[in-house]
Design a protein around this ligand. Structure first.
Ligand code: G3H
Ligand code: ZN
Length: 288
């Protein structure tokens, strides 16, 4: 079927208390892994591309790959811009056929974040495309950071529920990325979600809440977060780790192999296992 917007699938998730997996894609094998696994699990799914992925693969290539696979499957597939910190990147993605945008103004002062988010929302809503935006700041972990350091970074910029309410009211966004206890790039499940904070944000805003940096959250934490109002769960690091580990192991075991399809093929299978496991934890399987 044609690409769908994130609005409809997140409202369904909110209503039935599960979360939709939003998986980051940088290349063909990962896009295939996401759509194939979601189809096998009968799960609605969000394929998301960051500005880095767009710079690497090219905007038209990403749109082409995702649209091609979406049109061949019966499951709903969304193409989403992840962390669009650049206003113009949002415009380019809208024009290129993305069916969901994110404006990330979390590093800006509140008033500027509101102004730019609002501009993106006005433009996107004119053609019925939903927008996610960020409140608080979901930081990034350096590979050398100890868990203690990561926890300190997390605490520093948690989303304020009252600010979240104001932000949603002023911008009319469709979903909210809120800093509620996770950090990007975390390779171990060390995150502790602030459940009362999530519940407060849910009650004050009423819109689907997005969990970023979810690779660092255990199954139990993710499930508690979903019960509290999380409807979209972003996963990148777990896929990266599985994908590159599979390539490394394959080439270590087969040092003379020159066919790139061999290591990339096993890497794709490794990515599929991570995606399948996450879809089941989110409870988005068997929803189509
Ligand atoms: O926006 C992308 C996500 O928040 C991914 O986070 O790399 O920690 O899985 P992660
Ligand atoms: Zn993120």
């Amino acid at each position: 079927m044609p690409l769908v917007t994130s609005k409809e699938i997140l409202i369904d998730a909110q209503k039935h208390r599960y979360a939709v997996g939003a998986f980051n894609a940088n290349n063909m094998e990962i896009v295939q892994a996401i759509v194939e696994t979601a189809e096998e699990e009968r799960a609605p799914v969000i394929v998301q591309a960051s500005q880095g992925a767009i710079a690497y693969a090219g905007l038209d290539m990403i749109v082409g790959m995702v649209k091609t696979l979406a049109e061949k499957t019966f499951i709903p597939v969304v193409l989403h811009l992840d962390h669009g910190t650049d206003y113009y990147q949002n415009i380019k993605c809208l024009r290129a056929g993305f069916t969901s945008l994110m404006f990330d103004g979390s590093s800006l002062p509140f008033a500027e974040n509101v102004t730019l988010t609002k501009k993106v929302v006005e433009m996107a809503h004119a053609v019925n495309i939903p927008v996610e935006a960020e409140i608080g700041q979901i930081g990034k972990m350096d590979s050398s950071d100890e868990p203690g350091v990561a926890r300190e970074k997390i605490k520093e910029f948690m989303a304020d529920p009252e600010e979240a309410r104001k932000f949603v009211e002023l911008t009319d966004i469709d979903s909210l990325a809120a800093a509620v206890g996770t950090i990007h790039g975390c390779r171990e499940p060390i995150a502790q979600l602030d459940i009362p904070r999530i519940e407060k944000i849910r009650d004050l805003t009423g819109i689907p809440i997005v969990l970023h940096g979810a690779s660092g959250a255990s199954d139990e934490e993710v499930k508690k977060g979903i019960a509290a109002g999380i409807c979209k769960v972003n996963i990148d690091t777990r896929i990266r780790m599985a994908f590159t580990r599979a390539i490394r192991e394959y080439l270590n075991q087969n040092p003379n192999e020159i066919d790139p399809r061999k290591p990339l093929g096993v890497a794709k299978e490794a990515a599929k296992e991570v995606i399948r496991d996450r879809i089941r934890v989110l409870g988005s399987n068997n929803r189509v």
